[in-house]
Design a protein around this ligand. Structure first.
Ligand code: MN
Length: 247
C-alpha cells in the first residue's frame, strides 16, 4: 500500500474564472512524491489547530512546500521594509499542523518556506532578507530570468547526517529561490548543510525518525536529474513504516 503524503497547499489568486480563491500545490511536488512511491494529497492552508490532530493522524508523512514569507511575529520580530508577501492564515494553519505532526513524530520533508516554517515552529528565527542583512551573502533569490532547474550554488553536507547518507555525497550543486534563511536555529534542529557564504541550507531534527528541512527545491531538480530523489524516497520509506504500524 502506498503511504499517504500530505503536501501543504497555498492560496492561489491566479485563477480569475471563478469568484473564489483557489488552493494549489506545484505539480512538481506532487510528481516527486508519486514517483517516490507515495500517494500525494493536498493539505488546505486555512485549517485550525483543532482540525489538524485527526487529519495528521490519517497521514503517513508530510511535505511542507514553498511559498510566501512567514510573518515575523512568529519569531519575535517586527516586519522590516524588505519583508516579502505573507499569508498569515497559512502561517497559523501550517504552524498548527506542525505542532500536531511533531507531537506524533510523523515523517516530515520541509522545502524552502517549509524548511523555514519548521525552524520557526521549533523556536528559531529568520533573516527577513539575506541581501539586506547578511553582508557577502551569495545571490540566493528567485529571479524570473532563471529556471528552478538551474544550479545556482553549492551546498556542503555535514558528515554523518541523514541527508548525507541519503544523497550519498558531500557537496552538491543546487537551485536557489529564497530571499530569507534561518538565523537562529530552532530547538533540536541540527544544521546539516551550508552554502559557501554560511547560509543554512538544510537541517534535521534530532531524535526523530525522519524530519529534514532543505532550503533548495529538490522537487524541481528531479525533473531532469535523479540526484535529489532519495529525499522523497526517504520520506516515503519512513512513511511506509508509519503506515505499517497502523495495520
Ligand atoms: Mn540558497
Amino acid at each position: 500500500m502506498r503511504p499517504l503524503i500530505g503536501i501543504t497547499g497555498r492560496k492561489d489568486t491566479s485563477a480569475r474564472l471563478v469568484n473564489s480563491q483557489m488552493v494549489s500545490v506545484g505539480e512538481t511536488y506532487i510528481r516527486a512524491v508519486h514517483r517516490a512511491g507515495g500517494t500525494p494529497i493536498i493539505l488546505p492552508p486555512m485549517l485550525a489547530e483543532v482540525d489538524w490532530a485527526p487529519l495528521v493522524a490519517r497521514l503517513d508523512g508530510i511535505l511542507l512546500s514553498g511559498g510566501e514569507d512567514i510573518h515575523p511575529r512568529h519569531y519575535g520580530q517586527t516586519p522590516e521594509t524588505w519583508l516579502g508577501g505573507v499569508d498569515e492564515t497559512r502561517d497559523d494553519s501550517e504552524l498548527g499542523m506542525l505542532r500536531a505532526a511533531l507531537g506524533v513524530r510523523k515523517p516530515i520533508l520541509a522545502i524552502c518556506r517549509g524548511h523555514q516554517v519548521l525552524n520557526v515552529a521549533l523556536g528559531g528565527t529568520l533573516y527577513q532578507d539575506l541581501a539586506a542583512q547578511v553582508p557577502g551573502a551569495l545571490d540566493h533569490a528567485f529571479l524570473m530570468s532563471r529556471s528552478l532547474e538551474q544550479s545556482i550554488h553549492d551546498v556542503t553536507l555535514e558528515t554523518g547526517s541523514m541527508v548525507e547518507r541519503l544523497l550519498r555525497g558531500h557537496t552538491f550543486a543546487v537551485n536557489s529561490a529564497h530571499h530569507q534563511s534561518i538565523q537562529a536555529v530552532g530547538a533540536g534542529l541540527r544544521v546539516v548543510a551550508q552554502a559557501s557564504d554560511g547560509v543554512i541550507e538544510a537541517v534535521e531534527l534530532a531524535d526523530h525518525p525522519f524530519c529534514i528541512g532543505v532550503q533548495w527545491h529538490p522537487e524541481a531538480m528531479v525533473r531532469h536529474d535523479s540526484t535529489m530523489m532519495p529525499l522523497f524516497e526517504g520520506l516515503v520509506e519512513a512513511a511506509r513504516g508509519v503506515a505499517k504500524e497502523c495495520f
